[in-house]
Every structure is written in C-alpha cells, then in structure tokens.
Ligand binder design. Structure first.
Ligand code: AKB
Length: 313
C-alpha cells in the first residue's frame, strides 16, 4: 500500500490528481500539501492537508517522516509566463524545490514523480514530430528548470536507484481549477469567455500551433506511468505525451460549432508569444505508447464538447 505526498496539491493538476489518487489509494493514504491555507475545495476533499513551502526542506522532511511517505508527486512549480516575470523566484521554487524533494526522497527511499513540459524544448528543437530524444536548449527559466529536473531525476535514478518517473506535458485544459500564469492558459480562458460573452481576446497569434491535452487524459497518464512495469521504462524522465495540437483559430472554429456567435480577436502579449514560438508544434509520443501503453481518449472535438457541457453546469 502506498502513502503518497502531493506537493502543489491545490494547483491545476494537483486539484484533480489528488482526488483521483484518494479514490484509488484511500483518503488517508494521500497527503495533500500546498503553500496556501486550506480552501473549501480541499476541506470537502476529505483527506490530510499540510501547508508547505517547498523551499523549506526541514518542513518537507517532517511531513515525509510524520506520514511515512513512500511516494512523492512533486507538482509545486511556477508556470512559464509567471516564471519569466521573476526568474530568481522561479529558480528557487522550480529547481531548488525539486532538489529538496529528491534529497528527502533519497534519505527516505521514496519514489518521485515529476511533470516536465513542452517548455523543456527550445527554438532549436525540431518543431514537428518532436522526437523523444532531441536538442533541448530552452530559452526560458521555466524550460531551464524542466530540463534540469529531467536530468536530476535521471541522476537520482542512476546514482541512488530511486524510482523517478516523469512526463513532458503539453498545455493542459481543465474546467475545475483556473489557470495560473502559463503560456497555454488561453485554451482554458477561451471557454469561460465563450460561454459568458461569446467573445474572447487572445494573447497568442491566430496561427500559433501548440500541443494540448484534456485534464482527464493527463490524470490517466500520471496513474498509468505510476503503475507501469519499471523494466519497460527506458525513457523514465520524461516521456513526451500529447493528445491534440491546434491553433487559437482552430480552437475558436470548434467552439463556434456549439456557439455560432462566438468571436475571437487578438491582442498579442509579446512575452507569451515569444515563449510559445520557442515550443514545439507537435511532439512524437511513440516512446510513451510503446513503453507503457499511453493513448489519449480526448481529441479537439470531444474535449470542446465536454468543456462546454461542464462550464454550462
Ligand atoms: C505553461 O503554459 O506554462 C504550461 C506548460 C505547457 O508547461 N501549461
């Protein structure tokens, strides 16, 4: 039986992954940790919650010892756009935070799951069918943190035999938790705007193509990788995974099939446009398919239908 610590449990992935883990492993076996005070959602989410600043290694060690944690899912991180506005803090949270997690995991023999991102690639990476193993020279602090994280997780696996595993997520789309400072946030904001005002002003250019995934697929990917046969994991840190790849104008056209009056206009944010322009257009995720059977359930049409249905509720 696992006892799991989820850092960043109140963030976009954590607020959906934590209940999914609790359903599978039991409420008391999944300890949620976040830097915020407990929210209403977490209170109804019936299970232990600890306040944790990921830069505080002693506090992290206390939680791991007190709850006899054997698995750490480390989600606490600043997203790409917000990281560019404060690179020093991004280093401290994203890189020092992961290093703290790996050190505590080494001392207590915990498994570690760490999400990487399309941000781990850069402008020299092949943009289409981006291979699993390829050039990674990101030009954002967020991306530098993700590549560092992938390499650190490899190092702790090889050097200390820790069971480290990770995924390179594309933009994640969900209706439960609002986005928090990412470059791909437009693909979430657009749904609320479409449902309320039939209009959205997008900060990326109409033809900016990026990989995306609906949150239920992201949760499945986590759970599948966690339980995958370790002997089959060649690229354990971190697997390219994607579900769909589209531009703002393609997403708007799909939304228009449900809301015919929906209109999109553009006011480009140079920071987020530059970040998006440095990321791949479409990743090759065949390693994840071959090594642990990855397959997405949602494409653009089914994701849009489901998002609009839930937002209307
Ligand atoms: C972001 O936009 O920063 C994230 C990501 C793709 O890693 N959603």
């Amino acid at each position: 039986m696992k006892t799991i610590l989820v850092t960043g449990a109140t963030g976009q992935i954590g607020s959906e992954l934590t209940p999914a883990l609790r359903q599978r492993y039991g409420n008391d076996s999944v300890i949620a940790a976040g830097h915020r005070k407990k929210t209403d959602a977490e209170i109804s989410n019936a299970g232990p919650y600890c306040r944790l600043d990921i830069e505080d290694v002693a506090a992290l060690a206390r939680i791991v010892e007190d709850y006899r944690i054997d698995t750490i899912i480390h989600l606490a991180s600043l997203l790409s756009a917000v990281a560019e506005t404060d690179p020093q803090r991004a280093w401290s949270v994203n890189i020092d935070g992961l290093f703290n997690v790996l050190e505590i995991a080494r001392q207590h023999a915990c498994s570690v799951f760490f999400p990487s991102s399309i941000g781990a690639f850069g402008p020299n990476t092949p943009a289409f069918d981006t291979p699993q193993d390829t050039i990674q020279r990101p030009n954002t602090l967020y991306g530098i943190g993700k590549v560092t994280g992938e390499l650190l997780c490899d190092y702790y696996h090889k050097r200390y035999n820790l069971d480290t595993r990770g995924l390179r997520f594309p933009g994640l789309i969900s209706y439960k938790t609002p986005p928090g400072g990412g470059t791909t946030d437009y693909a979430i904001e657009i749904f609320n705007a479409a449902a309320r005002w039939q209009h959205y002003t997008c900060y990326l250019k109409p033809d900016t193509q990026l990989d995306m995934m609906y949150m239920p697929d992201a949760i499945d990917a986590f759970l599948q990788l966690m339980t995958a046969d370790p002997k089959r994991l060649i690229h354990r840190n971190a697997y390219n995974v994607t579900a769909m790849s589209f531009t703002p104008e393609q997403l708007a056209a799909e939304i228009r099939r449900h809301i015919p009056n929906f209109k999109i206009s553009y006011k480009i944010d140079p920071l987020r446009q530059a970040i998006a322009d440095s990321w791949p257009r479409h990743m090759d995720d065949s390693a994840a398919r071959q090594e642990w059977g990855w397959q997405a359930r949602y494409d653009l049409a089914t994701m849009v239908e489901d998002m609009l249905e839930h937002i209307a509720e």
